[in-house]
Design a binder for this molecule. Structure first.
Ligand code: AMP
Length: 187
């Protein structure tokens, strides 16, 4: 089963992705984590990624698309893909369609965790303290939210017409969101 989790930063995509990985023996594709790993390599690409992340901007589509291609084509991960933070732009959504098509796969569910800005700011401030994430400084948080609204909203509008799309109230408790996801999956 291949699933896309959508939602602004701090919506709880990562938490639900981990739940789905356990439940479905899936593989979490968190582009945020993949990009943070690339930064740790201290490569030229890593430096570019670091600057974009620090400024709350999206990392270049070409870089992100290249990084996920290998995963999608990995035969041992076929039909086990849990997308967390990808796609975030129309270009990425089109790229994903293409890669899935070429690897003979499809998306089974699209979940949008809908959370208001106030709740997100509160959650990310808390996460900053726990995880000490450099991209979570307060003004970066605001920029990340605004970037999300600007760039990801069109992707959301695009997917919302898909019969596999489901919206879930992301302000609910973790277990309540999980229960809603379970009800949709029906497995
Ligand atoms: P996340 O951990 O998903 O909140 O992502 C942290 C940061 O990584 C974002 O604010 C972006 O700068 C970058 N990022 C993560 N996923 C993507 C993506 N699919 N496209 C572009 N940039 C991304």
């Amino acid at each position: 089963m291949n699933i896309i989790l959508f939602g602004p930063p701090g919506a709880g995509k990562g938490t639900q992705a981990k739940y789905l990985v356990d439940k479905l023996n899936g593989f979490q594709i968190s582009t945020g984590d993949i990009l943070r790993k690339e930064i740790q390599k201290n490569s030229e690409i890593g430096k570019l990624i670091f600057n974009d992340m620090k400024n709350g901007k999206f990392v270049n589509d070409e870089i992100v698309n290249k990084l996920i291609k290998e995963i999608i084509f990995n035969p041992s991960l076929k039909d086990k893909l849990i997308f967390d933070g990808y796609p975030r732009s129309i270009s990425q959504a089109k790229n994903l369609d293409l890669l899935l098509d070429k690897s003979n796969q499809q998306i089974d569910f699209i979940f949008f965790l809908n959370v208001d800005k106030e709740t997100i700011l509160k959650r990310i401030k808390k996460r900053k303290i726990i995880e000490k994430r450099s991209d979570d400084e307060l003004d970066t948080i605001i920029k990340r939210y605004d970037t999300y609204m600007e760039t990801t909203k069109p992707v959301l509008n695009f997917y919302s017409k898909n019969p596999k799309y489901n919206e879930i109230d992301g302000t609910l408790k973790i277990e309540e969101i999980t229960a809603k996801i379970d009800a949709f999956l029906n497995v």
